[in-house]
Unconditional design. Structure first.
Length: 314
């Protein structure tokens, strides 16, 4: 028996049409005094995809899959969906939950590893939404990032195995696995376990697929002033230095779904760098709604629902 009466999925958000792109980017960069001419450069990336980020649709697909998996565990709770930077905004979702009579919700974000932007900032968003909703707002308990879902490693390993199953033996013998994640400012990384957790997870995946070749954790999607130190090395820089005859197998371990930062920064930019360097390039899909991951996530959430000592309020 659980004392929760709802689940809440929280994510980053993304534009759903060309007219949304600049307002979305202004939301993302609010308070940082970034002029529109700089945002327009980023907007061109979205234009390549029709001004639409797939992240909202991917989250809705995850909710549908998760609802089915939870039902198999006899968990019958509504799953609400709110975003940090675009519709449905988290504050509006919390107001909807209050209007629906929700009193106690378990929340999880579409982030996998510990960092301020991927963890603590979501708690700040929850706090702000609760304050805006007023005294009728439900209690919301956020759990830790989802790397603790053991099946994340299993699903990632399955994706790698599936993608590499038809490669010739010679190519399989000359691969480098590059586990990529969003870069962070070095000062932010110094205050969390982000790098350590990425290394641990990458090593677990390598063991799961019984790979004995070279692998490393690399980074992508850095932004901000060039003089500000961010986590390195960059995935594209590493690809350009690979020995001749090496196949780069890029695994976006830091992301749950194939959204813009995966599609543009890897499938476009990194793939172009690989092509220019004559390096064969294989990009492994994220776990998305892979059945192994969805079942594991459902089981993990069910455990959190039943065991108050296992959940964490930031």
């Amino acid at each position: 028996m659980t004392d929760f009466d709802a689940l809440l999925l929280i994510s980053f958000g993304g534009p759903e049409g060309p007219a949304d792109v600049m307002p979305f980017l202004r939301n993302v960069t609010a308070g940082r005094n970034i002029p529109d001419n700089r945002l327009a450069v980023v907007a061109k990336q979205y234009a390549q995809f029709g001004g639409i980020s797939p992240i909202n649709g991917q989250n809705l697909d995850l909710i549908d899959a998760l609802q089915t998996a939870l039902a198999e565990l006899d968990v019958d709770l509504p799953i609400y969906f709110g975003n940090r930077n675009w519709q449905p905004f988290l504050a509006d979702t919390v107001a909807e939950m209050a209007a629906d009579g929700v009193t106690n919700a378990l929340a999880f974000a579409t982030s996998l590893f510990d960092s301020y932007s991927g963890d603590g900032q979501y708690q700040e968003d929850i706090d702000a939404a609760l304050q805006k909703a007023g005294p009728d707002a439900p209690a919301i308990h956020k759990i830790a990032p989802l790397r603790n879902v053991a099946e994340f490693v299993e699903a990632t390993a399955a994706q790698i195995t599936d993608q590499l199953s038809d490669l010739p033996t010679e190519q399989l013998a000359n691969m480098t696995l590059l586990f990529t994640a969003h870069s962070l400012p070095q000062t932010m990384a110094d205050d969390c376990a982000y790098q350590e957790q990425l290394s641990e997870t990458a090593s677990a995946v390598v063991r799961a697929i019984d790979f004995n070749g070279p692998f490393s954790v690399v980074f992508q999607s850095r932004s901000g002033a060039p003089q500000t130190p961010w986590l390195e090395p960059d995935v594209g820089d590493v690809i350009e230095t690979l020995p001749a005859g090496t196949t780069a197998v890029v695994i976006p371990i830091g992301f749950m779904s194939d959204h813009i930062e995966v599609l543009y920064d890897l499938d476009t930019l990194a793939a172009q760098q690989a092509n220019a360097s004559g390096v064969p390039f294989i990009r492994i899909p994220t776990v998305g709604i892979h059945p192994i991951f969805v079942r594991g996530l459902a089981a993990y959430l069910n455990e959190m629902l039943q065991s108050p000592t296992n959940r964490r309020d930031l």
